[in-house]
Design a protein around this ligand. Sequence first.
Ligand code: AMP
Length: 209
Amino acid sequence: MRMILVGPPGAGKGTQASRLVDTYRIPHISSGDMLRAAVKEGTALGIEADGYMKAGKLVPDEVVIGMILERIAKNDCMRGFMLDGFPRTRPQAEALDDAMQKAGVELDAVVLIEVPDQLLEERAVGRRTDPETGTIYHLTYNPPPPEIAGRLVHRKDDTVEAVTTRVQKYHSETAPIIPFYMAKGILKRVDGVGDPDVITTRITAALNS
Ligand code: AMP
């Protein structure tokens, strides 16, 4: 299974991806996680990406495309992968398409998780991640156990200002990839409002349909 999860910031892509990879036994490749790791390690890539990320802007295509194409060429992706957060622009989608054509493989599905804009800010601002397990919590909707509260991380770009920019960028830069995948007949739209378990069921049903 070669698939992509698309959706606005705070749609629940990361939460859903970590559940789905267990079912499909494919690697979860999150461009955001890879970039955050590069920032933390202080690599040249991380130093370049940091300013864009903090401001909620997109990291330039040439940086992200190289990073992801290199990653999906690795052996563990031979039988499939789940991309989360990539592609995020039309040139990224086209670069992925070219690379996959050259490798003689095809995408099976693109799942679009739809959530209205007015819910996104609250979802992102209340989001906290456990750096030890990668589990994503929400202070109100999925509160973390009190004993781990001290180690939780609040992403630097989960502020009201950065989320506003990220939502705008989603509409101007990322939404144009939707017709690209619709034309290929592989786009699956899923309602992303509701309990995470229910959304996982909706995604699985869409993938099986
Ligand atoms: P995410 O964890 O997917 O919300 O990504 C966090 C941030 O990383 C984004 O706001 C961008 O600054 C950057 N980023 C992640 N993926 C991409 C991508 N495919 N293209 C450009 N920038 C990206």
